[in-house]
Design a protein around this ligand. Structure first.
Ligand code: SAM
Length: 367
């Protein structure tokens, strides 16, 4: 299997190099309006943002910032296929402007923006950020009533483009090969993720790390496995250091990203160099976790009804039988990004080899 990863050093308010209806999934984290680190960027996109902030008018600055994001959401609407999913990672902002402290609710603005564009909202996720500061509480200490709740979560807002789900041919092999484990389903599709770690794999420099506001790899990786299948293309219009593309590559999907800052696009070169090793570790971890799950069930005296077709281990449901994992074998630079070659993963630790994957794929009925 081969995947393509295009990187455009440009402005996603005009996704000029992406055709209409050519992307199956969007996974992204925009700059958060009213978080100070993005003031300059938004002011460059629209000088009225800086004017409003200088005048102490937080509400107008907030509106102007979202107007710029809305232009990107228009483009997302154009390039995403009918039934395609958009996952937007966003946090709210607390800020004192002109003596008045308040919260700026970015998440509700973005829900409205996608609704206005004909997207259907789907149940959203919250994820708990690692917060380690003892001095994180704001306001007047132990004295009521003027202390403020600390924001320790972010949202992953999920929208479907239009009313109808994507259609697949019955028994679609690429869809069935893309299945995830039953126990992963239980973890990934529960609405609060408490287990996301803050560390950023393969992203060395501290200064760049904080300036890019990169999200943990696990976030795009889960979302891509949840909402796309092998062969799909994942777009990140706020690409940063390319965490979404690294996750797409690791998951065997194509990707395309837009990023204004050329410096960040260079960081990806280092990250991608390690992709073969990195992807093997990610898949090995998933397989090891499944092996632990199998052992625990066996110890509890429970048995499994099904065997995986491509591996020598049991699975809980019929839908998981055709699952097939790929790791990155090699990555090479192309004129507009990278090409990755993928190979099927053998289930180490299960003393197994990948069997012939062209066996007949079973149907969905028994789940
Ligand atoms: C929150 S960061 C994304 C970080 C990314 N998820 C990662 O893991 O590295 C937002 C990124 O969007 C970029 N950006 C902001 N506005 C943009 C625009 N109009 N077009 C392209 N990139 C933009 C910023 O330069 C920044 O790198």
């Amino acid at each position: 299997m081969e995947t393509q990863h295009r990187v455009v050093n440009g402005d996603s308010r005009d996704l000029d190099q992406i055709n209409d209806d050519s992307v199956e999934l969007v996974v992204t984290s925009p700059p958060y309006p009213m978080i100070e680190m993005w003031d300059e960027l938004f002011t460059n996109l629209n000088p009225e943002v800086g004017d409003a902030l200088d005048a102490g008018d937080g509400q107008t600055a907030f509106e102007r910032m979202h107007e710029e994001l809305n232009r990107v959401w228009d483009e997302v609407n154009r390039v995403l296929v009918d039934g395609g999913i958009a996952c937007i990672n966003i946090g709210d902002a607390t800020r004192k402007v002109d003596g008045s402290f308040r919260v700026y609710q970015n998440h509700s603005r973005i829900i409205d923006a996608f609704g206005d564009r004909g997207f259907e909202p789907l149940p959203e996720l919250l994820w708990r950020k690692p917060v380690n500061s003892a001095a994180k509480f704001m306001g007047s200490g132990m004295l009521p009533p003027n202390a403020y709740v600390t924001l320790e979560h972010e949202y992953i807002l999920i929208f479907r483009n239009g009313e109808k789900q994507r259609k697949f041919e019955p028994g679609s092999e690429r869809r069935y090969n893309s299945s995830y484990f039953w126990e992963e389903r239980n973890q990934w599709f529960s609405d609060v993720w408490m287990d996301i770690k803050g560390e950023l794999q393969s992203l060395g420099q501290d200064e760049l790390r904080s300036r890019s506001a990169a999200y943990p790899f696990e976030i795009p990786y889960r979302l891509i496995n949840m909402y796309s299948v092998y062969g799909d293309t994942v777009l990140d219009p706020f690409w940063g250091t390319g965490t979404t593309s690294l996750a797409a590559m690791t998951a065997g999907r194509n990707s395309v990203g837009y990023e204004l800052e050329r410096e960040f696009t260079k960081v990806f070169q280092d990250r991608v160099g390690d992709a073969p090793n990195f992807s093997r570790n990610v898949i090995r971890r998933r397989l090891d976790d499944h092996r632990d799950f199998v052992e625990e069930k066996h110890e509890a005296g429970d048995d499994f009804k099904y065997d995986a077709e491509n591996y020598d281990f049991p699975v809980t449901t019929k839908q998981e039988k055709p699952m097939l994992f790929y790791s990155v074998k090699s990555v090479e630079k192309t004129a507009d990004g990278y090409r990755a070659i993928h190979e099927p993963v053998e289930a180490e630790g299960f003393d197994s080899t990948v069997k012939n994957s062209s066996e007949e794929v079973t149907s969905l009925t028994d789940f």
